[in-house]
Design a protein around this ligand. Structure first.
Ligand SMILES: NC(=[NH2+])NCCC[C@H](N)C(=O)O
Length: 481
């Protein structure tokens, strides 16, 4: 039951991760609520699942848990089986210890009487349900109750609390930093129930028992609420996983963004150093905008020396956007500017190292932290052509998940960015075609190298999150010895 958990890079071979399949709750969002719940539009849940997300699961199972999927793949998608293979509350669920569903872990902790009582009470208090509803919930069998606590839907189909449609973005609820687990503190109310569930799972599931003392929660000081409203908003701590990247064993990246506050980043630097989790913490301050709510929507890593990034944050892009302006006049006033500050343990926090451009930082990571022997290269969103760079960043061109070094999953709609991958010598292939090759044993996942795998994304991309956001890596092989 107990498993080793460790993540010390973004591209070491992925062995274990947490993902959540779109649940029924997503299908209940009405148009006027979509934005409040952080979706750009309503989605068709059946398409999102069977034409898009299920392919993601199959890919992950093929790469991480070959036996689980290979024999069962034809049965899994047989219409008669009603997708039960993908549903954690069904007998036929694939139940892998490598591709892990928080809903399943939740059902396991709900079997513990004391945890069940406390968790149901917490959720009911947060959602302001009646005492009667709380009692009713306590009588529901664990597997069904786990489903209800996530989707908000009771076994009889009635809805007792709002959906948490963003739970598919498991990245944001917690992050492994070496052998530590950092829990989030979401900026948006729409994501609050997710973090209550995550807290209970990480603190109570036997899978994380060895790591209990390594769970980090960042909170405001005890007397914080006594401050006046202005001070209060300045010192508020919010922190979401999309802004945290364990980029190398000695190095953590922290974004300051629409979602992660300056105060949170400041606390994190100190905690990381005090607890000896990493030696270097680099804070990347990006504009607080919906289009790039976390740093992982603006860049992710493909290989130790290859990155995909948003062109407007590149050296060329930033210079271009400032052309015609007097730099000193624009300077700090420019809300779109990027600030990169690096804090090293034992060195003076008042004189951090500064990087002017994102490429300088990423190059430094590739060469000095990850010991690349080749020059660092960049693929730009939309191949750096206007207006494609911005269009494709919006649909997560910069948000890829590395399954191993050089093999990443991205969305199929970002054509110009895919072109950029091809120009760097990468193979670009549709998920369905690759799965078909695996199925017919024409190709084994171990043989796949230097490839961008394209996931259908018409529905998925409406929520402003890509495959990087839809994954919480729990174990990656070390990239460097
Ligand atoms: N790591 C990420 N970039 N996650 C994207 C989350 C998208 C989600 N709809 C939200 O707004 O919260």
């Amino acid at each position: 039951m107990e498993q080793k958990l460790h993540v010390s890079s973004e591209v070491g071979t992925l062995r274990k991760l947490m993902i959540h399949s779109p649940d029924e709750g997503i299908g209940k969002v009405i148009p006027t609520k979509a934005q409040e719940w952080l979706f750009e539009d309503i989605i068709h849940v059946e398409t999102m699942r069977s034409k898009e997300y299920d392919l993601y699961i199959k890919l992950l199972l093929y790469f991480l848990d070959y036996e689980k999927i290979h024999q069962q793949i034809s049965d899994a998608d047989h219409p008669e089986n009603k997708r039960n293979f993908y549903k954690p509350d069904k007998e036929e669920y694939f139940l892998s210890d490598k591709v892990i569903e928080p809903q399943y872990l939740l059902s396991e902790i709900l079997d513990m009487r004391d945890v069940r009582n406390r968790l149901v009470a917490s959720i009911c208090a947060y959602e302001e349900t009646s005492y009667h509803t709380q009692e009713e919930l306590l009588e529901i069998p664990s597997k069904i109750l786990a489903r209800t606590l996530i989707s908000g839907i009771m076994p009889d189909g009635s809805m007792i609390f709002p959906p948490i449609p963003n739970f598919i973005f498991t990245r944001d609820i917690g992050i492994m930093i070496n052998d530590h687990i950092l829990l989030n503190k979401p900026a948006k109310a729409a994501r609050a129930r997710e973090s209550i569930l995550a807290k209970y799972i990480f603190h109570n599931h036997p899978m994380f028992a060895t790591y209990k003392d390594n769970i980090i929660e960042v909170n405001e000081p005890k007397d914080f609420f006594l401050l006046d409203n202005e001070e209060l908003s300045k010192s508020r701590i919010t922190l979401e996983g999309g802004d945290i990247m364990t980029i190398a064993p000695n190095h953590l990246l922290v974004g300051v963004s629409e979602r992660t506050s300056l105060h949170a980043a400041s606390m994190l630097v100190q905690i990381m150093h005090e607890r000896n989790v990493v030696e270097k913490v680099t804070v990347i301050r990006i504009p607080a905008k919906r289009a790039y709510m976390h740093i992982d929507t603006t860049f992710t890593q493909v290989k130790r020396n290859l990155w995909v990034m948003f062109g407007s944050f590149s050296k060329q892009g930033m210079e271009q956007e400032q052309r015609g302006f007097i730099r000193s006049l624009v300077g700090e006033q420019n809300s779109d500017h990027l600030e990169i500050l690096q804090y090293v343990k034992g060195e003076d926090y008042n004189t951090p190292k500064r990087f002017t451009y994102l490429e300088d930082l990423l190059d430094d990571i590739s060469q000095n932290d990850l010991h690349s022997t080749e020059p660092t290269e960049f693929i730009y969103s939309g191949d750096n052509q206007f207006p494609y760079g911005r269009r494709e960043q919006w649909t997560d061109s910069c948000n890829v998940l590395a399954i191993k070094e050089g093999v990443v999953i991205g969305y199929d709609r970002n054509d110009k960015t895919s072109e950029g991958f091809r120009k760097k010598g990468m193979t670009v292939i549709d998920a369905a075609e690759l799965l078909d090759k695996f199925d017919r044993e024409e190709l084994h996942p171990d043989q796949v190298e230097n490839t961008l795998i394209l996931l259908p994304s018409a529905e998925l991309s409406r929520a402003r999150g890509g495959s990087h956001c839809m994954s919480m890596p729990l174990f990656r092989d070390p990239l460097i010895g």
